[in-house]
Structure formats: structure tokens, C-alpha cells
Design a protein around this ligand. Structure first.
Ligand code: IPE
Ligand code: IPE
Ligand code: MG
Length: 246
């Protein structure tokens, strides 16, 4: 099934360079099985692997995954610590695989809010995968788009104050360059699982002209077949960027 979709997708030629995913629905997946929410998060790790491998197969250059939002800190402490432990587990289990597949990992978010163990794990995976060229994997952890934009505004203000930036020269590029995502093109395709039709404070600046794809599939059930379906759907769209069709 997924191979057939991949052949169709490759035949089209119009690939998304950057795919972003809001990985949602772990809790509902667990609840429907009468399991604790944390087991839903655990089951979602397999889907991360599917998404990474699927993106490599499809020739996607950047995959951005929303793993933990700043707002998620308000969840019960047991769930938060289970999520952080899971992140450590993912990093220690997957780093070798990621390196072998030439995946470069970057973590986007507020590092100051992370504990030292998680911070060390993040720095390690970034270092160990630094040479990856096949896929850039951006993991958004303790991430908030409004906070990202606020930090960019603060940096710009400081540079103006220091006299190194002229307000006359502040343009869209000035802002984009001061976001966590400065090194990446904007996402072409945003996938949200679990049917929720909202952005939840994810990449507010970068999603300006991104194609949106919402699937009812819960994140732990998400496989590369679903990824390829989303990409095929993207390929059928007409992106106009405000212009009229030629
Ligand atoms: C996504 O699943 C994982 C995180 C937000 C960390 P949820 O935990 O939000 O699952 P639902 O939305 O409650 O089903
Ligand atoms: C968004 O999912 C954050 C992540 C997937 C990490 P949430 O489950 O936290 O979002 P809301 O609360 O449904 O908007
Ligand atoms: Mg959710």
C-alpha cells in the first residue's frame, strides 16, 4: 500500500520540501483502550519513526515535529515528567539510527525551561547528528510561536539600542532570521492528526502560506501510508500565494 502511494507521489514530482506535523491524539488513543495517557505517548514513538523514514523515502528535506508546547507544562506533573523521560528515551534509542540514515536533528524551543538531563540529551543528539544531510529533523520542545516572535522582537530592539540595526532596515527577512527556524524554508505542508482544526501556537509566522491537512487518525496510529496520503493530497492543490492562476 505505502509503496504504491510512494510510486504515485514520485511520479508527480511536486514535492513538499518541508513538512511540519502537530502530533496529536496520544491521550485519546490511550483512553479508547482504557490505558493511561502516558502509554499513548509511548505508542506515539513508533509513529515518529514512521514519519522520519517516510520523509526520507519521499525526499522531504525538512521535517518539523511539534513534540511539546510551552502550554503543555500545565499538564499534570506525572504526565510532563513521563513526556520528558520519553524524549530522553527516544534520543538514546534513536541517535545511532538517525546518524546512520544521515538525519540531522535540531531542537527548537525554550531550552531554559528544560531540566539539565534533557538539555544534555538534546545537545548530545544535535552534536552526534551534525553531519546529517539527507533529512533535517527539527523537534519542537517547550516551543511557543508567540514566544519565538517575542524573542525575535526583543533581539531586534537590543540591536537597535546598540546601534547595530537601523529601524529603517527592519523587514520580513530581519524577523525570519531571528526565529528558531532561520535555517529552514517555510513549511509547505502542515499535518495535524486527531482531527483538531487549530494551530495551537505552532509556527505562526512560518505557516503564512502553508497548505493545511487535518486527518482524524490519532498520532499513535499514524504510519508512512498516512504521510504519503497527505503528500499526495498536497500535490493535488493549487498554491496561488495571493495571485491568480496563469
Ligand atoms: C499529543 O497528544 C502529545 C502532546 C501534546 C505532548 P495529546 O496528549 O495532546 O493527546 P490528546 O489530544 O489528549 O488525545
Ligand atoms: C499541540 O497539541 C501540542 C503538541 C502536539 C505538542 P495539544 O494537544 O497540546 O493542543 P490543544 O490543547 O488541543 O490545542
Ligand atoms: Mg492534544
Amino acid at each position: 500500500m505505502s509503496n504504491e502511494l510512494l510510486v504515485r507521489l514520485k511520479a508527480c514530482g511536486d514535492f513538499p520540501r518541508h513538512v511540519a506535523i502537530i502530533m496529536d491524539g496520544n491521550g485519546r488513543w490511550a483512553r479508547s483502550r482504557l490505558l493511561p495517557r502516558t502509554l499513548g505517548h509511548h505508542a506515539g514513538m513508533k509513529s515518529v519513526r514512521e514519519a522520519v523514514e517516510g520523509c526520507i523515502e519521499a525526499g522531504v528535506e525538512v521535517l518539523t515535529l511539534f513534540a511539546f508546547s510551552q502550554e503543555n507544562w500545565a499538564r499534570p506533573a506525572t504526565e510532563v515528567s513521563a513526556l520528558m523521560n520519553l524524549l530522553d528515551e527516544y534520543i538514546s534509542k534513536e541517535t545511532a539510527n538517525l546518524r546512520e540514515s544521515s538525519v540531522r536533528v535540531t531542537v527548537l524551543g525554550d531550552r531554559n525551561s528544560l531540566n539539565s538531563r534533557t538539555l544534555t540529551a538534546i545537545e548530545r543528539v544535535e552534536q552526534d547528528t551534525e553531519g546529517g544531510t539527507r533529512l533535517q529533523l527539527a523537534l519542537c520542545i517547550a516551543y511557543s510561536a508567540r514566544e519565538e516572535l517575542t524573542c525575535a522582537a526583543r533581539r531586534i530592539a537590543r540591536e537597535v539600542e546598540a546601534g547595530t540595526l537601523d529601524p529603517q532596515n527592519i523587514d520580513e527577512q530581519s524577523i525570519a532570521e531571528r526565529l528558531y527556524t532561520a535555517a529552514f524554508p517555510d513549511p509547505d505542508l502542515l499535518i495535524r492528526t486527531s482531527g483538531e482544526q487549530r494551530i495551537s501556537n505552532f509556527l505562526l509566522w512560518q505557516l503564512a502560506y502553508t497548505e493545511l491537512y487535518v486527518t482524524p487518525v490519532l498520532w499513535p496510529d499514524f504510519s508512512r501510508t498516512h504521510l504519503f496520503e497527505a503528500i499526495l493530497d498536497f500535490q493535488s492543490r493549487e498554491r496561488r500565494f495571493g495571485r491568480v492562476t496563469a
